[in-house]
Design a protein around this ligand. Structure first.
Ligand code: MG
Length: 275
């Protein structure tokens, strides 16, 4: 074998070896991609189990805020929801003793006593699933915003509107289920006046850094009578009545409020699960 044939054979041998090793690698890769169904099974036990009843009944791990018997989980609330300009003072104010919730309990429901003021939970909450049932009067009295108006205030600042929106035109971001003055519900899932209605509200609180800047805004998902009306909607800030909203830093947990808007609205079966 002369020098010339050696110089031809060596590169050829190298090329063959390289090709062989590349094909082995490809085969190994192929084997890695051959997943077995069991490889993605997660056997870590779910430690907590809850018992559940019919739709709307509190699961066994829920914090029951009203079971139809008394207002022991509630207190009178100061002033008006949401009291934005004075939030820091407001926070001090809401933590003082404001006395018993002034609404009436009858027939397994709590009823707004118009003119007595808002109420709020004694416990404070951040991220929650809140279930609440509400009813506006069967007999129609008033129109627009003056017909069965109340509201559910997450953290006392973020309102999902309660209103008799059965054939009752008003501004759409103020109708039942609206994130008040920020976002209309996707559909009007209202029942007729006098019928009980449900909200399931999934609320993610806003997060602030130490200098009060918003790291993460609040998000809200709402089912009205089981129908999705907000899907992780971003809140612009507290739901103010006048003007554009802007976040004001506040604690991680605050009370849930219910509004006395001067109308005879009733509530029952209120519970939360902290998220
Ligand atoms: Mg309202």
């Amino acid at each position: 074998m002369n020098l010339r044939s050696i110089s031809t054979i060596i590169p050829l041998a190298i090329a063959i070896l390289l090709g062989f090793s590349l094909s082995v690698c490809a085969q190994e890769q192929q084997e890695e991609l051959e997943w077995h169904p069991d490889l993605t099974n997660d056997w870590t036990p779910v430690e907590d189990s809850v018992s559940t009843g019919a739709y709307g009944e509190p699961p066994s791990d829920a914090i029951v805020l009203f079971d139809g018997t008394d207002l022991s989980e509630w207190t009178a609330a100061p002033g008006y929801f949401p009291d934005i300009p004075g939030v820091p003072d407001y926070l001090d104010a809401i933590r003082q003793d404001h006395g018993e919730a002034p609404w009436k309990v009858e027939d397994g429901a709590m009823h707004v006593v118009p003119g007595t003021g808002n109420i709020m939970t004694k416990q404070e909450f951040g991220d929650v699933h809140l279930h609440i049932e509400w009813r506006t009067p069967e007999e129609i009295d008033g129109d627009g915003q003056g017909r069965g108006n109340s509201g559910v205030f997450l953290m006392g600042l973020y309102e999902i509107q309660v209103l008799d929106s059965w054939q009752n035109p008003t501004y759409s971001n103020g109708q039942a289920g609206a994130i008040y003055k920020q976002k209309a519900p996707m559909v009007n899932a209202s029942k007729a006046p006098g019928e009980w209605q449900t909200y399931d509200i999934f609320f993610e609180r806003p997060h602030f850094d130490e200098d009060g800047s918003v790291i993460k805004p609040a998000y809200i998902t709402v089912l009205h009578n089981g129908v999705l009306i907000h899907h992780r909607e971003k809140l612009q800030g507290p739901t103010v009545y006048i003007g554009l909203s802007e976040y004001v830093p506040h604690p991680r947990k605050m009370p849930i409020g219910l509004q006395d808007h001067g109308d005879y609205v009733s509530f029952r079966n209120i519970w939360v699960r902290e998220l």
